[in-house]
Ligand binder design. Sequence first.
Ligand code: NAD
Length: 432
Amino acid sequence: MAEQINAFQIAQQQFDHVAEMLNLDSGVREVLRWPAREFTFRIPVRMDNSSLQVFTGFRVQHNDARGPNKGGIRFHPEETIDTVRALAMWMTWKCAVVDIPLGGAKGGIIVDPSKLSPNEKEHLCRGWVQQMIKNLGPRQDIPAPDVGTTAQMMGWMMDEFSKLSGAYAPSVFTGKPVGGGGSQGRTEATGFGVIYHVREAMKYLGMEPKNSVVAIQGFGNVAQYAAIGYVEILGGKVECVSCWDRNDKKSYTYSHKDGVDGRFLFSITDIYGTINKEKAQEAGYAVEDGDAWICKEADVLIPAALEAQINSESVKKISSRVRIVAEGANGPTTPEADEYFKEKNIFIIPDFLCNSGGVTTSYFEGVQNDMNFYWSKDEVLQRLDAKMTASFQDVLRRAEKEKAYMRDAAYMVSIQRVVDAMTMRGWLHGDW
Ligand code: NAD
């Protein structure tokens, strides 16, 4: 049978598996395995060359039992409703596992943002808000940046919402620029959050972070700060990072004999996460094929690019030295690859736990917006570390208690919290 890489089917399959373990009522399962609401719409944009181009936009709200829907907006040429559905569902579990009072949503536009001028991007962002205005708001749905979207875009979107609703509403979008309602530490949050989880996993496994080696896939926002944090927080070595080269239309892996210097590579990487190959080579970086990252002799792997990157084929290339896979990306592992990890006893920090630093800091951003009082970067990162550590320990305790795989334990913690909230609100019309 061909391997299944439809992200929504994977998300449903993961949910079904744990729903069975929790012996969830079949009606409750039906509520949770589908999004509560979905929006698909068209956004006309007058392009710089005067032509009118129409883009397709999505917003999927999976579950808001624990609080307003929350989740990023992706601009990607291969965006599909199923990818958005999967990511929305994962957001529900992510907010629940980290115990912040928010539900799960995701949005997107089918577009390659690197082909748009700043003016076209701004019109597209404002058009997305115009289509969704009635269903957005600090008490309804709070979007944020994701693949292909930036802090500046959130600033435009927040401005459009504020104009249309007639009042300044900073907390309707998070991931805004600092100084424009954004939080200190949001840029670092997801990547550093991944590193706090890796630190806790190493403590549990009795590993020494100093001089440990990591191989990272991707070099966008998550991977950049995971690479920087691996050195600056853990004292470890980054063997390689990789990226999709927008110019050559292929992916490359970058390594350096002394270890990757994340801050240097960051300085020669564009906003879409493409590293300048020539400048990297001049600085002594070796450039290999994009898949090379997964074969590296490393203690830790951090997939931080896109979905389904570790699949039944690529998983077999993983070195026997690898002890931890920290899923920086959403859905990077297919169910077949998961089976391999279980068999080889590789410790997984599942995506919605591992990359929850971004949404946690987004939540902090909304809190600061509502108080109109802003914290220092140190204060934000300390609070982030405390949340990441507590959520890791919650999941680990559950895994040990149930003798469960970490992904299953994370689902158990989250699903239970969401079901409890639905029960408390009377959504299930019964006494569960
Ligand atoms: P980004 O757009 O900033 O970067 C994506 C990176 O992946 C780029 O460097 C790109 O070149 C690279 N890439 C794409 N295809 C590749 C391939 N085939 N091989 C190697 N590299 C490839 O995105 P991001 O914000 O860093 O997000 C990465 C992942 O993390 C996504 O799954 C996203 O949903 C997830 N995530 C992001 C955040 C956040 O706060 N940014 C939070 C939680 C989860």
